[in-house]
Ligand binder design. Structure first.
Ligand SMILES: [Cu+2]
Length: 469
């Protein structure tokens, strides 16, 4: 059976499935390896609440899942399988990627400060791999740089990583073998270590995701792996808007959002409606009295950031990368700028040859948000998505923080669109619009300002636009 049909079988019934240990190839005795769970869904899965050991608030992996573990004596054991996967980037587009345990990114590894972790990594890729545990303080031989700290893991083999989690915080894992190709193919995952003290910096909702990017030509399925900067699909956890799930929180919750950047450029992540405090990086916790207030936080390549806020303001608040081409899906860069150009005459002539021809772009590109243009198979519109008031005209790294009164603590289901209180939505002005005052005209008698001429630094009287020298 192919990997995909086997996964489809295991995934029958949806969600989590457990591969029996006998399916694991490699030299390690099957009886000593924990099961390798696999995931069939690209939607956000429920967090795994610990039922023994230290209590913590588990993280919610955006459009992802948490890797189940087993205790073996005092070792917490996990099993990652590096393998080809099919990932839905958004409904209507599947990408043929490499990942872990059925998805890209891989499942989130979650444990507690002081835990002894044993992580089995089985390589089902057609080439070598190795796993680096980004940000962890560990023995040099466990750091996962193929060739430097360990032999690369050949196809078909399983290696074991063992280390003690020396500090709590926000970490990730990714390959350190043929790294450029393997990350361009989607191999990465989140790694959260909770504090030993359950009360330390505790929040009510804790979301995690990785920023990644692919370069997939319209109509294609496999990313171009030699692309350096000009990626065309800007993802959160290998999803693009409108495929990215909302961040659902209850009014009054303490909320943490953590993300790591494994793309090849920086991303200023901006959240509307709130200011927040940067609380943690991949280097550790930011002391509370030193945390900067922000509304956008730039995350450089290879960095992780976490920010905290109290969800006081109800509503549907946009959260997105502030690079505007990162909230677009695959687009042609060779498109001319036509703003202000009258294309009526040439359009009429082109239509004699191509009756469906539509001139576009003379008033901006927003019209693409409403258009259902024929696209190549397996291709997403450049901008799309509908809200309660019309097209949202977004793609890529965009989602919505949905803050609602009275949600149950474990309820992460989409509550639908915000029901605005009467009189709180921007509205159309239908009255008279007076002519704007021109710079050289006298200010109206009702003016409650006065003009200052920067060239003479004299203060002009409110009644006039000229000055005495
Ligand atoms: Cu960006």
């Amino acid at each position: 059976m192919s990997d995909i049909s086997r996964r489809a079988l295991l995934g029958a019934g949806g969600g989590l499935a457990l591969a029996s240990a006998s399916m694991v190839s490699g030299r390690v005795q099957a009886a000593s390896i924990p099961e390798a769970p696999t995931m069939a869904e690209a939607t956000t899965q429920p967090p795994l609440v610990p039922t023994s050991g230290v209590d913590y608030q588990p993280v919610v992996t955006l459009n992802g899942w948490t890797l189940p573990w087993r205790m073996n004596g005092d070792w917490k054991e996990f099993h990652l399988v590096a393998e080809p996967v099919v990932r839905e980037l958004a409904p209507g587009m599947n990408a043929h990627l490499w990942g872990y345990n059925g998805q890209s990114p891989g499942p989130t590894i979650e444990a507690v400060e002081g835990d002894k972790v044993r992580i089995f990594v089985t390589n089902k890729l057609p080439e070598n791999t190795a796993v680096h545990w980004h940000g962890q303080i560990l023995p040099n031989g466990m750091d996962g740089v193929g060739g430097l700290n360990q032999p690369h893991i050949p196809p078909g083999k399983t290696f074991v990583y063992e280390f003690v989690l020396r500090k709590s915080g926000t970490f990730m894992y990714h390959p350190h073998s043929d790294e450029m190709v393997q990350m361009a193919m989607g191999m990465m995952g989140f790694f959260v270590v909770h504090p030993r003290d359950p009360a330390f910096r505790r929040v009510d909702r804790d979301f995690v995701f990785l920023l990644n990017a692919f370069d997939i030509e319209p109509g294609a399925y496999v990313p171009r792996v030699m692309t350096m900067l000009d990626f065309n699909l800007w993802c959160w956890n290998s999803r693009v808007f409108p495929g990215i799930d909302p961040f659902v929180v209850a009014k009054g919750d303490k909320v943490r959002i953590r993300f790591g950047n494994l793309t090849m450029t920086n991303h200023p992540i901006h959240m509307h409606g709130y200011d927040f405090k940067v609380s943690c990086t991949d280097g550790g916790w930011v002391p509370e009295n030193a945390a900067w207030p922000e509304v956008s936080i730039d995350v450089a390549v290879g960095q992780m950031r976490a920010f905290d806020f109290v969800a006081e303001h109800e509503g549907d608040w946009a959260i997105h990368c502030h690079k505007s081409h990162h909230t677009m899906n695959a687009m042609g860069h060779g498109v001319n700028t036509w703003i202000g150009v009258d294309k009526a005459a040439p359009a009429a002539r082109i239509r004699r040859l191509a009756p469906d021809y539509m001139p576009m772009g003379t008033a901006g590109m927003g019209e693409m948000g409403t258009m259902e243009m024929p696209l190549p198979e397996n291709t997403l519109p450049m901008m799309t998505g509908w809200g309660p008031f019309g097209p949202i005209e977004m793609g890529g790294m965009f989602s919505v923080v949905k803050v609602r009164e009275g949600l149950a603590a474990d309820d992460y289901s989409d509550p639908g669109w915000f029901d605005h209180p009467a009189g709180t939505v921007a509205y159309e002005w239908t009255g008279e619009i007076p002519e704007a005052t021109r710079a050289d005209a006298p200010a109206p008698e009702t003016a409650n300002y006065r003009a200052v001429d920067p060239r003479t630094r004299t203060n002009a009287p409110a009644s006039g636009g000229h000055h005495d020298h």
